[in-house]
Design a protein around this ligand. Structure first.
Ligand SMILES: Nc1ncnc2c1ncn2[C@@H]1O[C@H](COP(=O)(O)OP(=O)(O)OP(=O)(O)O)[C@@H](O)[C@H]1O
Ligand SMILES: [Mg+2]
Length: 223
């Protein structure tokens, strides 16, 4: 599903990622943990094609069978819209749109039929226990509800992978637990692949594989 080879990132002279190699299988839930500043967000942004790795001779990134390393911006945006879903610490829903509209947006960007997208979005929100909140704007929802809307938005185009950066970082314990259960339910029912950066020990340990980043690289499990 994801094959990343020799990923480096420099911010000017600051060497933030130091040759990361990573393979992730379909249906796997992988957690990434590590100290603040270790490079977790930088790595997730690069895997999610939101940022570019610094060019290196044998650096490669393949997602869902496609080589994305040298894809042009326009193709990359389309690839991202169709194949990848994102969940961030702060939901990043658009405040002027309702829950339903927020979930529909990636589907409309993909130029799918509006009616079909609305039906799908309604089904997803229903599945996530939000059928009574379709017309609410983000500021009329609780933190847990906002994050579930963000999950529905991430799912609307049936992405190959969902990337999540501290998805429960802003939630109370109970809402965080619900969100974590939801990830595993989505994996069990739909084979959804997740890469999750988290400081939440419980979530990190529930994952199929827990990777620890230390100083710009993934620590090998036997270290
Ligand atoms: N745009 C940028 N320009 C310069 N340096 C940056 C930039 N973004 C991140 N960094 C630096 O790169 C390092 C890694 O940052 P990153 O955000 O990946 O850390 P992180 O592991 O996600 O940390 P946290 O757990 O605090 O979110 C940090 O030292 C940070 O200061
Ligand atoms: Mg981070």
């Amino acid at each position: 599903m994801i094959k990343a080879t020799n990923i480096h990132k420099y911010y000017n002279t600051l060497h933030v990622l130091k040759g990361v190699n990573l393979h992730i299988q379909k249906g796997e839930i992988v957690s990434i943990v590590g100290a603040s500043g270790a490079g977790k967000t930088t790595l997730l942004q690069i895997l999610g094609t939101l940022d570019k790795a610094s060019s290196e001779l044998n650096s490669r990134l393949e997602i869902n069978g496609e080589e994305v390393t040298n894809m042009k911006d326009k193709n990359l945006s389309r690839f991202r819209n169709l194949n990848l879903g994102f969940i961030f610490q702060f939901h990043q829903l658009l405040p002027e749109f309702t829950a339903l509209e927020n979930v529909c947006i990636p589907g409309l960007i993909a130029k799918r039929d509006k009616k079909e997208v609305e039906i799908e979005a309604t089904k997803l929100l229903d599945y996530l226990g939000l059928s009574h909140r379709l017309q609410h704007k983000p500021n009329e929802l609780s933190g847990g509800e906002q994050q579930r809307v963000a999950v529905a938005r991430a799912l609307i185009n049936k992405p190959a992978v969902i990337f999540a950066d501290e998805p429960s970082g802003n939630l109370d314990t109970h809402s965080a637990e619900n969100l974590h259960q939801l990830f595993f339910k989505l994996r069990d029912e739909f084979g959804q692949t997740f890469v999750i950066v988290t400081h939440n020990e419980e979530l990190a340990n529930m994952a199929d594989r827990k990777l620890t980043m230390v100083d710009g690289n993934i620590k090998s499990p036997n270290e």
